[in-house]
Design a binder for this molecule. Structure first.
Ligand SMILES: [Zn+2]
Length: 613
């Protein structure tokens, strides 16, 4: 298991405030002594994801996930324990001296990820240097000039240029020590028989003769993760009429999962939270122009429509989105395709129509920030916009046409997840069409929520909670120094060895955790399975009774009594076995007498904690 010393883990836990770490990924709202948010690990409408600043732990009462700051980073970033520890160590500049050799696989996996990140960071620099300095990037500089993007802004967003050659990036990267294997894994280089969008897994015998650059002759936009590390690229052609897709994105790689990343989020998230509203535009340049003009609560989906995952990410920051798509048919289509995901996540959707021939980029240049803000403020609710648009092209005096429209609108309404919003929209539509609301509602198909991909909907298998008495002892042994001392003075190993379901209690008593030290609690949790950690994180959020030690003593006596009784029963039934030697009988008799004596000497239990076993 962990090849990192326990003291280092504790030190890293102590230096990484769990509220700050989780708050760096998405906003947390204060709720009494704790913080709350919508759970990032399951879908929910009211926040049950709880972060405790005192205990330095998190727990979701909806899906059961919970634990230390390390667990959070592991689950959220999909990385293993050593990688989470390294990441948090780096966050607070704690050097890690590793005891090598324990888990070669994890090390290799982590190493590969780190190499990919370094490659992306260096590639971004190289692309940028091309754009700013190289002769062959003159047309790209010209393009930026034409689009009104000065050098300062290009630098801010690390824009770059990929030369229009087959092997320029590949040979540069090889010259900087990157193997072909890594280049292929990054998706920046591909092979001839590579299917578009899929990185070849057969990379063993590929030499650089058969591989070539994925991005050629394109303006390069680095795509960053939440914390601003470059994990992929989007490349734009300089001329729209040229052969090839206008935008080309990196394929799926170990770093980049399509449909999960929102362009620019690492820069815009603070503004999103403040505005509680996200302005959604199509292209990277739109986003950059709005941001640089001072409208900072902007996001751009990679690709044209929102995915379920992106909408879910967005819902953590805002309650409302304003879609700013082009007025052309393609823009409309994109807006409509985004709807499902947005409505299902209970985001209020408004639509800001761009005048014909304009996009957010051209519009803010033409009209300025204030005019643009007015346009956003005046953006209509999606359903108002939708009804008006449909009604404009349908003759409502024809019953057939009216019913057809009603059905079409009902279909859209069925995608709204929130029941209140749903009935409000139904009222609006039926009033506009002049049909009774009940009639219209009958047309709305009952739609089951679209299923999430397997991995996303996976629920945490919280370990089954032990019996109440054992759970109480676990809780008190985790939280109360007096209880720990008391229990550790008992013959706890002996008693617990005879009591089923006490494995976790044994681990708690074995550990050197200090109940009043959150870092030591985190370090202890790091030794548990995810299921056990989920359980422990729910316990540590519970109240400890004022008379903890007294309560613990009583539960403990109950366990001892049950264990003694069990031993007594075993001895008594052995006595009945045929063919015992005299010596054996004498021994058993003595054992029985001793057990009875011990039982009688136990302090009287109060009836509340007496355990029948
Ligand atoms: Zn949850």
């Amino acid at each position: 298991m962990p090849s990192i010393p326990a003291e280092t883990i504790e030190q890293i836990a102590a230096a990484n405030d769990v509220v700050e770490v989780i708050g760096g990924y998405f906003p947390l709202k204060r709720a009494g002594t704790n913080f709350k948010a919508l759970c990032p690990f399951h879908q929910e409408k009211t926040p049950s994801f709880t972060v405790s600043p005192q205990r330095q732990t998190f727990h979701c009462f909806g899906c059961g996930v919970g634990g230390s700051v390390f667990r959070f980073v592991m689950e959220y970033e999909h990385i293993d324990f050593p990688a989470a520890v390294r990441k948090l160590a780096a966050r607070v500049n704690i050097p890690i001296v590793e005891e090598r050799g324990a888990s070669g696989d994890e090390d290799r996996q982590h190493e590969a990820r780190r190499t990919l990140l370094r490659l992306h960071a260096e590639a971004a620099e190289w692309f940028q240097k091309n754009l700013l300095k190289e002769q062959f990037a003159a047309s790209a500089r010209e393009y930026l000039k034409k689009r009104g993007i000065p050098v300062g802004i290009a630098k801010n967003w690390q824009l770059g240029y990929a030369p229009d050659e087959w092997n320029a990036f590949g040979s540069w990267a090889r010259g900087h020590g990157y193997e072909t294997r890594i280049l292929l894994a990054s998706g920046l280089v591909k092979t001839k028989d590579d299917e578009e969008g899929v990185v070849s897994r057969q990379t063993s015998n590929i030499d650089h003769q058969t591989s070539y650059d994925r991005f050629r002759g394109r303006l390069m936009f680095p795509i960053c993760n939440d914390v601003g590390e470059v994990i992929a690229f989007s490349g734009r052609l300089l001329q729209d009429d040229k052969e090839g897709a206008k935008y080309l994105n990196s394929p799926e790689t170990p770093l980049f999962r399509k449909g999960k990343v929102l362009f620019g989020l690492h820069k815009t998230k603070r503004a999103l939270i403040d505005a509680n509203c996200a302005i959604v535009c199509e292209g990277q340049i739109d986003l950059i122009s709005l941001f640089e003009a001072g409208i900072k609560n902007v996001v751009a989906p990679q690709g044209t429509a929102f995915t379920e995952n992106q909408a879910r990410v967005l819902k953590r920051y805002v309650n409302e989105v304003v879609l700013c798509f082009d007025a052309d048919a393609a823009g409309q289509k994109a807006a409509e395709r985004s709807l499902d995901a947005l409505l299902q996540n209970d985001l209020i959707v408004r639509v800001a129509e761009m005048p014909p021939g304009q996009d957010p980029d051209s519009l803010i240049r033409r009209d300025g920030k204030e005019e643009f803000e007015k346009r956003i403020a005046g953006a209509r609710n999606f359903f108002d916009y939708w009804i008006e648009r449909e009604v404009a092209i349908v003759d409502l005096s024809s019953l057939g046409a009216k019913m057809e429209l009603a059905r079409k609108l009902a279909d859209t309404v069925s995608r709204v997840h929130d029941s209140l919003m749903k009935s409000e929209v139904s009222n609006k539509i039926s009033a506009r069409l002049g049909i009774p609301t009940a009639e219209f509602e009958r047309l709305v198909p009952k739609q089951s929520r679209s299923r999430l991909p397997e991995e996303e909907s996976r629920r945490f298998e919280a370990a089954p909670a032990p019996r109440h008495d054992i759970a109480m002892l676990c809780l008190l042994a985790l939280r109360d120094e007096g209880t720990r001392e008391f229990l550790r003075q008992q013959k706890w190993r002996e008693v617990l060895a005879q009591t089923p379901g006490t494995e976790l209690l044994v681990r708690i008593l074995e550990s050197e955790l200090r109940p009043d030290d959150a870092a030591s609690l985190n370090a202890f949790m790091a030794t548990l399975s995810p299921a056990e950690e989920g359980l422990v994180s729910s316990w540590v959020l519970q109240k400890v009774p004022g008379n903890a030690t007294v309560v613990a003593e009583q539960w403990w006596m109950g366990l001892r009594q049950a264990a003694l009784r069990r031993q007594l029963r075993v001895a008594e039934s052995r006595m009945k076995l045929p063919g015992l030697s005299t010596g054996e009988v004498v021994n058993l008799q003595k054992q029985i007498l001793d057990l009875q004596k011990e039982l009688n000497e136990l302090p009287k239990l109060s009836s509340a904690t007496k355990i029948d076993n």
